[in-house]
Design a protein around this ligand. Sequence first.
Ligand code: UD1
Length: 343
Amino acid sequence: MGNKKILVTGGTGFIGSHTVVELQQHGYDVVIIDNLSNSTIEVLDNIAKITGIVPVFEQFDLADADRTTDFLHRHSDISGIIHFAAFKAVGESMEKPLHYYRNNVQSLINLLEGMKNNGITNLVFSSSCTVYGQPDELPVTEKAPIKPAWSPYGNTKQMCEDILKFTTMAHPIHAIALRYFNPIGAHHTSLIGELPLGVPNNLVPFITQTAIGQRSCLSVFGNDYNTPDGTAVRDYIHVVDIAKAHVVAVERMLNGKCKLDLEIFNLGTGIGYSVMDVINAFEKVSGEKLNYKIVPRRPGDVEMVWADTRFANEELGWKAEKNVDEMMLAAWNWEKALAAKKI
Ligand code: UD1
């Protein structure tokens, strides 16, 4: 028997590309679907430089039901699907809500429909800690209540989890939803990493682009939060740790170890770092002085959130291994590698 085949949607994106590498290194055949709306085709070559294997790739939009059906019909030997493909910018989702609902929700429906019709039974879904809003208790467990969404983006993650809940009840499909906290960093080879188009929304790419001279100054959004240094606190996690959790989730499904039709796990380190902690870690590992200024809070930001990781650690047998210094060094090395390519 050949290797098991896994479909990775959004496989040329930030978390997707790192997961493709881990899957290939664990002996899986990987097929990627991506519409390249927020990634580039060169990522495939860079994956191949790391693993020696060029993944099979098709470029199309999963919101296109006919294309998705046709693809799954041709690839009905797929053992499982990891579904990353989605839009993820909170601010943009406020301006273009329908764009977000169509892309994020319709794509999942099309995939599930295709799975049902072709006997594909395993799905890992990219969810987010955004579903918790500002939790009442920290660290936040998977049992914490889902709070009303603050953005269409967050709402699509909640809706997708609901769709999975009822679809897995009605049909012979297993799903694992992984709620990521704040994925950062890059592969240690600096061949793949985060490639934000335009001005980055997220903290770490903004830090590294400022340090490399592409941006003049980082804005720190608020220092009047009720936190030790006044800046907001998040659970930053290395993207390779996140990628490894996906391999564990796939193996759990393929080995028939799932205990519920839909299982949900937090993917975080369990440690909260403030924006200033992240800046300080960056300055320490890079030796660079970062130009930043304090500005008012960003609307929609929660004050603090970090994961209770016990359920994922015990049930999946997975634990995030890398600390914030390693994350920042990897992100910085990646930024420097990108800059070297541009010269
Ligand atoms: C956001 C989403 C999260 C999503 C993630 C994906 C919410 C509430 N959060 O996370 O669901 O999965 O993006 O990309 O929906 N900051 C600055 N200056 C900057 C940028 C950020 O000070 O230029 C601060 C923010 O205020 C925040 C922290 O850095 O306190 C992290 O921000 P960011 O990287 O954008 O991630 P989140 O907003 O936590």
